[in-house]
Design a protein around this ligand. Structure first.
Ligand code: ADP
Ligand code: MG
Length: 378
């Protein structure tokens, strides 16, 4: 799981893209999408779509599964990756692929290059992923849509991370420069340095400790807490400066448990320095000493997130009121298709698919007039 097969990207054509986009749209209100509905939204003949779906299944971009009421198709991780990478490629944010450089707790990290050959970092968010058998027991994030929950969570996780990174970068916090994002993928500056896990000796331990504690305070004064301030998420550059990464779990200093998260970040640094460098200091920041001088938290919250999304995501990261573990299985399934016959919704999806296809064609035309290198994606 998680391997990025970019060769697949080259084999797929516009019709495949159309079908995948249609399924992506339909998964907003379907656990499994019937072939006929996919044909309708993709605006292709039913017979043609079935052949395309068969091929997409073979490449594992979609999966055909048996549901309680009917059978249908769903997008796989790979299929969703494809859609995001295709969009980023079309926009010119990605030109070629490099190597996988990391596997985080909830992500895969790769190097990519843009059209100028600048190396960048691609982060694919992978939240709420479970194999299909476990999904039935998994918390239901939509109140009804189960299979779509990984898709939904991964997407809001990336969106949230991008929004925080942008707000932080604009304020000149030491974070990678955010470049672009689509769905569950973000592109950012590639940090020239190493995560602290790999940094065993530091010339000026005092200084690094101070830099990190000052960073926590500066964040706090701006109204935010990182929430996972550990040696995996702190990178150190060659000139021993820390760069903070990994933001989807960030939270506001106005969060009800803010103090606990703040103290946890601070104590994480203290414990790390003691364990790793034998360094101890009685000088460390306290939550009550914060002096708010900015509203970064409010800015991000207002940048296109609903309260509900916020809650779903923070519950996923920090654990929340997930008392609905034994959810009533079958009662949910009947709700899935409330919008199947809603012609307006289907027509709306159809228009969105057309738009995505149109955008892709414009880009491809532009690409064709350029000379290509072997790594290019179309
Ligand atoms: P996760 O949310 O899964 O923990 P992270 O954002 O922490 O993912 O990234 C995982 C690892 O990938 C990091 O520990 C780091 O080694 C590497 N990494 C992440 N972002 C960058 C970047 N912008 N530049 C260089 N390396 C990075
Ligand atoms: Mg991390």
């Amino acid at each position: 799981m998680g391997k990025l097969n970019v060769t697949i990207l080259r084999y797929l054509n516009k019709e495949d893209f159309r079908v995948l986009t249609a399924i992506e749209m339909l998964m907003k209100n379907h656990e499994l999408c019937p072939g006929s509905l996919v044909a309708s939204v993709a605006n292709l003949k039913a017979g043609g779509v079935h052949k395309l779906l068969k091929e997409l299944c073979k490449h594992r971009l979609v999966a055909y599964e048996r549901g309680k009421k009917f059978d249908g198709y769903r997008l796989t991780n790979t299929g969703y990756d494809y859609l995001a990478l295709k969009a980023l490629t079309m926009r010119g944010s990605i030109y070629s692929f490099g190597n996988q450089i990391g596997i985080g707790k909830e992500s895969n990290i790769y190097t990519v290059s843009d059209e100028e050959g600048t190396q960048l970092c691609l982060k694919l968010h992978r939240l709420g992923r479970t194999c299909f058998r476990n999904i039935k027991n998994k918390r239901d994030y939509h109140g009804k849509r189960k299979n779509a929950s990984w898709l939904y969570l991964s997407r809001i996780s990336a969106t949230r991370e991008f929004a925080y990174m942008k707000a932080l970068y604009e304020r000149e916090f030491p974070v990678p420069k955010p470049i672009d994002f689509s769905r569950h993928c973000i592109i950012m500056e590639l940090v020239k340095g190493y995560p602290m896990t790999q940094v065993d000796c530091v010339e000026d331990v005092d200084q690094l400790y101070d830099d990190l504690m000052n960073l926590i305070v500066r964040l706090g004064n701006a109204g935010v807490i990182h929430g996972d301030f550990n040696e995996f998420n702190i990178m150190v550059t060659d000139d021993a400066k820390p760069i903070l990464i990994d933001f989807p779990q960030m939270l506001s200093t106005s969060h009800p448990n803010a103090q606990m998260y703040f103290d946890r970040d601070v104590n994480g640094v203290r414990d790390l320095f003691k364990k790793k460098y034998g360094f101890e200091s009685e000088d460390y920041p306290k939550f009550e000493d914060l002096e708010r001088d900015d509203h970064l938290d409010v800015e991000v919250l207002c940048s296109g997130f609903t309260k509900e999304m916020e809650k779903d995501l923070l519950d996923e990261y920090h654990g929340g009121s997930s008392d609905d573990d034994d959810d009533e299985e079958s009662s949910n399934e009947s709700d899935l298709d409330t919008e199947v016959n809603n012609e307006e919704t289907i027509d709306n999806y159809r228009k969105q698919v057309e738009l995505e296809v149109k955008l892709s064609e414009e880009k491809v035309k532009k690409e064709e007039s350029k000379n290509k290198n072997s790594n290019i994606l179309k």
